[in-house]
Design a protein around this ligand. Structure first.
Ligand code: ADP
Length: 400
């Protein structure tokens, strides 16, 4: 059975086709610059990468291009679109309305109505998701479409973790609470860690460190706290997002710099973090290079991330009354051994001890020292496989 996973962004659409009999991705692609000039990159596993300039005025054309690539005789992998049994869509925020993965029941159905309600919580993402869904429904009519929410895994948080101590009526009126993000990633890597530990009651801190970063506390397979909040802005320092700051900084800067609310959102999301602090780049590799060349602001940005990871681990160990395992994943977590080493330094108090040599080995799964009480794992994330698995479960009526 083939499942297509779609991740629609504002001007891009990423797709992966999974053969679920083998649980393997067999082709993937990226449609970029939708509505601009249109660029496509497609790779079928075992075949050469294809790059093309193709106009894609909307997400519907992007889906069409993706399906054409997948069914292409030369560089595709399936003979006909009808071989795609279902489509799973990555949804960044399901708010309080969309919790578990769910199949769209029709163009005017409740699921889409609920997705529209999420607009305020993640305007850019939700708009893109709706366009991606619309594109798939028009190009592949009759093929079941399933939504998999990035916020779902965090729905098990207790009220004390997800409630903001703000005026209750305002919070209720606008559904303001912690929803978290990267839920499919935290779910996937914590599941793998539980398998490895052979302990379904394990207390785990999962560190998803990428362009956007979030850290979660997972107790017995359930998320009990996470660093991202109402939006993916809260938490640790990120590529260009500030993470948690004193809320009073916001009106302070707005007043002095005469910045309106929407522009202030841009400032916090696009002009802060590694980029704003270092003045170099939002990409950790560039920041690391600058730091190595003596750029003090770049070094400070790196130190801040390592320090914040450490603080979250400490806080979550306290929240869970214990810690068995720390997991690193995503672009930085999987690849940057220096960040892992800095974050794990001086943590013997918690029973955390890194093996410096193992940590440096690429692709090493266990990086803790033999006498470390807490296990430290590097687990490559696979959000798309989670989406494909949920989609398959829903369309075949299995339990997730
Ligand atoms: P996104 O949140 O966009 O999915 P990724 O998970 O791909 O992001 O992570 C992007 C981050 O990972 C960037 O800061 C990048 O510098 C970092 N990264 C990717 N590869 C490496 C590497 N080999 N070494 C160090 N950092 C890396």
């Amino acid at each position: 059975m083939f499942i297509l996973v779609v991740n629609a962004g504002s001007s891009s659409l990423k797709y992966q086709l999974f053969d679920m009999d083998r649980e393997e991705m067999i082709a993937k692609g990226l449609c970029e610059r939708i509505g601009i000039d249109g660029k496509l990159t497609h790779t079928t596993v075992g075949k050469e990468k294809v790059k093309k300039d193709i106009p894609m005025p909307t997400h519907t054309e992007a889906v069409k291009v993706a399906v054409e690539c997948l069914t292409d005789k030369e560089f595709g992998c399936i003979s006909d679109m009808s071989q795609i049994s279902a489509v799973g869509h990555r949804i960044v925020s399901g708010g309080p309305w969309l919790i578990n993965s769910v199949q769209i029941d029709g163009p005017d159905g409740k699921v889409l109505e609920d997705l529209h309600k999420c607009f305020d919580l993640a305007p850019l993402h939700t708009k893109a998701h709706l366009q991606g869904i619309e594109g798939c429904m028009s190009i592949m009519p009759g093929v079941p479409q399933v939504l998999v929410m990035d916020t779902a895994f965090h729905q098990t948080m207790p009220a004390q973790a997800y409630t903001y101590p703000i005026d209750y009526e305002t919070a209720q009126k606008y559904a303001i609470r912690r929803y978290g993000a990267h839920g499919t990633s935290h779910r996937y890597v914590s599941g793998k860690a539980i398998e490895y530990l052979g302990n379904k009651n394990a207390k785990i801190v999962t560190c998803h460190l990428g362009n956007g970063s979030s850290i979660s506390a997972v107790d017995g397979g359930k998320c009990v706290d996470t660093s991202m909040g109402l939006t993916p802005l809260e938490g640790v320092i990120m590529g260009s997002r500030c993470g948690s700051i004193d809320p009073a900084i916001v009106p302070f800067v707005m007043e002095r710099e005469n910045i309106p609310a929407d522009k202030m959102g841009d400032w916090m999301n696009k002009k802060c973090g590694f980029l704003g602090l270092s003045g170099v780049s939002s990409d950790l590799r560039d920041v690391r290079e600058a730091a190595a060349n003596g750029n003090e602001r770049a070094k400070l940005a790196l130190d801040i991330l390592a320090y914040q990871i450490k603080k979250y681990i400490g806080a979550y160990a306290a929240a869970m009354n214990g810690l068995d395992c720390v997991v690193f994943t995503a672009g930085i977590g999987e690849n940057d051994d220096e960040m892992r080493a800095a974050a794990m330094k001086d943590m013997e108090f918690y029973g955390i001890k890194l093996d410096a040599e193992k940590n440096k080995q690429r692709g090493c799964f266990e990086i803790h020292a033999d006498d470390s009480r807490v296990k430290i794992l590097v687990i490559p994330t696979n959000e798309e496989l989670v989406i494909a698995s949920d989609t398959l479960a829903i369309v075949t009526g299995k339990e997730i």
